[in-house]
Design a protein around this ligand. Structure first.
Ligand code: GAL
Length: 665
């Protein structure tokens, strides 16, 4: 089958004469799969209950005739104008009570029974009509849930929230206890008194906000599940997915993963950010880990520029190829783009496409077609998997709670802190999984916990059990502070982790914007910013101290032997070099090696393995050509050479890629 290659296909934007050329050029570009129909609702149902699928039949038949698989969208991402006119109550409202009007897309309240009923009706039509169609390969439900309408605060949502709360808490007393409503005279006498956390004179109740984030995620998921139920009933053999977004706060990818047959991601690397491939690395690892190593799909990326950043430069030559191979190297079995043919009108006319305004005689089309050919030349990668000895924990609930208002510092940014911890592992060439706190940890030699503010007692016990059994654990500042309801764990910070870490935190000393302090202690000498805290040792040893600032002389990096393992702690945001030094030492203690020894700076290496084959991917993210020495000769499957040829040294141009396999025979 090979790695799937293609993109979003929006034929309704073009006269039918163009479609034949689309098919011809798709074949020329080695397209194997398109995602079709994402925004076709208004065209297939121009008036309520009046269906016009004839044109879409011709699209599906044409694709089938060309041997192109269709990941068929359920078309529900942008309700048609007649629906919001007949039912303005489907329109979402912001926390300020302001309605969000039609005119863009995703203008629906996720809790709206009217929206859901119309969506389900449409999906029934689609699934009935295209069940058994030779092109139908997968379902693509909705589109980027929560991208524009992250949460809705309308009356319909308020009712749905109250229903959700009744199920969760059963009694209003339990709700009052969980939300600490004794504070500021907020005690409820009845569930009917509860509202969404709309804009209030001052900070709305944090536990209420946290539950509203949970509810918002579940409301979006309920839309997905309502459509999925129809698809499972009518086309049980067709796998179902939806395209998630990277580090997307409203949607808990781990919670969704259980309901997806394959993880799918849209990722738009920023050509102006020199290290965006590291952010990509983190999100790709999360996608692969979410379903325990199952290959995932890069469902959207840009062939070149996007239209939605303030300044949108093209991807320089080779960057699109490199970043596409990065997805494959990190476990993707599909590389797709937004979109096939560049629009002439509408908001995305300056967004690049596989087939640009300039046609086939363009750098973009050539690079796309070359990549299609290259991917097609290497069947066998799909289905292979990677192994990692390091796990980095990520948890949406902690993220939601951390970034609520009224904290010691509102500068703590979950995504940034996660990357601070991921970067040194990526740069050291270490394979890493990104997993939720509930995941079994015993198979990992090292577990990294960046800033897990919300931690349940059972979550803390799992970490302790992991270390007791011999694991190496790194925990960072402001972790283990509150329970699932954003209530501080009593017993001194971080109460659930004190025994494991061998310390207590007496006071938080967040650092002011632009302020940094010095840290000293042998190899651990450098700067720290963002956060500091007053640590008292309770069995741990100090590896480094603050040397300037109010906390000069107090420990900041500690190590504690616990059972058979070791718990390390960093009470600040260490600078990048310090973070690397610390993680290198913890890795050495854990016996975790990089994928390849002696990798030049900027080169990423990963491995995917199947029953009989092994692929080593080398990706040069740097601006200079480099050479990489291999521990044993391998064959470069992308280079022109005879099948048995093997080399112990690989030359990589700037943005170069090599896919190495073991020599034949
Ligand atoms: C995604 C979306 C696509 C397209 C693309 C442009 O967010 O799913 O429909 O808008 O962005 O980059």
């Amino acid at each position: 089958m090979g790695i799937q290659f293609g993109g979003d296909y929006n034929p309704e934007q073009w006269p039918e004469e163009v479609w034949a050329e689309d098919l011809k050029l798709m074949k020329a570009a080695h397209v194997t799969m398109v995602t079709a129909g994402i925004f076709s609702w208004a065209k297939v149902e121009p008036r309520p209950g009046e269906w016009d699928f004839g044109w879409f039949d011709r699209v599906m038949d044409g694709l089938a005739g060309a041997g192109i698989a269709v990941c068929l969208a359920t078309m529900t991402a942008s309700p048609p104008p007649w629906l919001s006119r007949a039912h303005p109550e489907i329109l979402p409202e912001g926390p300020d009570g302001q309605r969000r009007w039609p005119g863009g897309r995703q203008h629906y309240c996720p809790s709206s029974p009217v929206y859901r009923a119309h969506a389900v009706r449409l999906v029934e039509q689609l699934a009935t009509r295209y069940a058994g169609h030779p092109a139908l390969t997968m379902w693509h439900v909705g589109n980027e849930y929560g991208c524009h309408t992250r949460q809705c605060f309308c009356e319909v949502s308020a009712d749905d929230f109250r229903r959700w709360l009744r199920t969760r808490y059963e009694s209003v007393d339990a709700l009052n206890a969980a939300w600490s409503t004794a504070f500021w005279s907020q005690a409820y006498g009845d569930f009917d008194e509860v509202l969404p956390p709309r804009t209030a004179p001052t900070f709305p109740n944090p536990a209420q906000q946290l539950d509203y984030l949970r509810f918002g995620d579940e409301a979006l998921r309920a839309c997905y599940l309502a459509e999925k139920a129809v698809l499972t009933r009518l086309t049980p053999e067709v796998p179902i997915t939806t395209n998630l977004m990277p580090q997307h706060k409203p949607v808990d990818a781990f919670a969704w993963s259980a309901h997806m047959d394959a993880m799918a991601l849209d990722f738009y690397q920023d050509p102006y950010a020199s290290d965006d491939h590291i952010r990509a690395g983190y999100v790709f690892d999360l996608m692969r880990s979410a379903r325990s190593g199952q290959p995932w799909m890069l469902l959207e990326q840009a062939p070149s520029a996007v239209n939605w950043r303030p300044r949108n430069g093209p991807k320089p030559p080779g960057a699109m190829r490199l970043w596409s191979w990065q997805a494959v190297a990190q476990g993707a079995d599909a590389v797709l783009y937004f979109q096939w043919r560049q629009s002439l009108g509408g908001a995305e006319k300056f967004h690049s496409a596989m087939l640009p305004h300039g046609g086939t005689d363009t750098r973009i089309f050539r690079e796309v077609a070359d990549l299609g050919r290259e991917l097609a030349s290497l069947p066998g990668i799909e289905g292979t998997r990677s192994r990692a000895e390091v796990a980095l924990l990520a948890d949406w609930h902690s993220w939601w709670a951390l970034e609520l208002d009224s904290k010691p510092s509102t500068a703590l940014d979950h995504s940034r802190i996660a990357l601070d911890h991921y970067r040194p592992l990526f740069e050291a060439g270490v394979a890493c999984d990104v997993v939720p706190p509930q995941r079994e940890l015993s198979g990992y030699r090292l577990v990294v916990v960046p800033n897990l503010y919300l931690l349940t007692m059972s979550g803390a016990e799992r970490l302790a059990a992991y270390v007791r059994a011999g694991g190496q654990l790194l925990v960072s500042f402001f972790s283990g502070i509150v329970d699932a309801h954003d209530r501080v764990h009593p017993g001194g910070y971080p109460a659930p982790l004190r025994e494991l870490l061998g310390l207590r935190v007496e006071e938080f000393w967040p650092l002011d914007a632009g302020r940094s302090v010095s840290v000293g202690g042998g190899a651990y000498t450098g700067r720290a910013d963002l956060w500091s805290e007053a640590i008292d040792l309770e069995g741990a040893e100090a590896l480094a101290h603050f040397t300037t600032g109010e906390l000069a002389g107090r420990p900041v990096v500690t190590r504690h032997t616990y059972g058979q393992g070791t718990a390390w702690y960093a009470g600040t945001r260490l600078d990048a070099a310090l973070m690397r030094a610390l993680l290198d030492d913890i890795r050495a203690a854990a016996g975790v090696l990089p994928v390849l020894p002696g990798l030049p700076a900027g080169v990423q290496a990963t491995v995917r393995e199947g029953a009989d084959e092994r692929y080593v991917f080398l990706l040069n993210h740097g601006a200079e050509a480099v050479e990489v020495d291999l521990p044993a000769p391998m064959r470069d499957a992308l280079a022109a050479q005879d099948a048995a040829g093997a080399t112990g040294r690989v030359a990589l141009a700037a943005r170069g890629v090599a896919v190495l396999t073991d020599p034949v025979g």
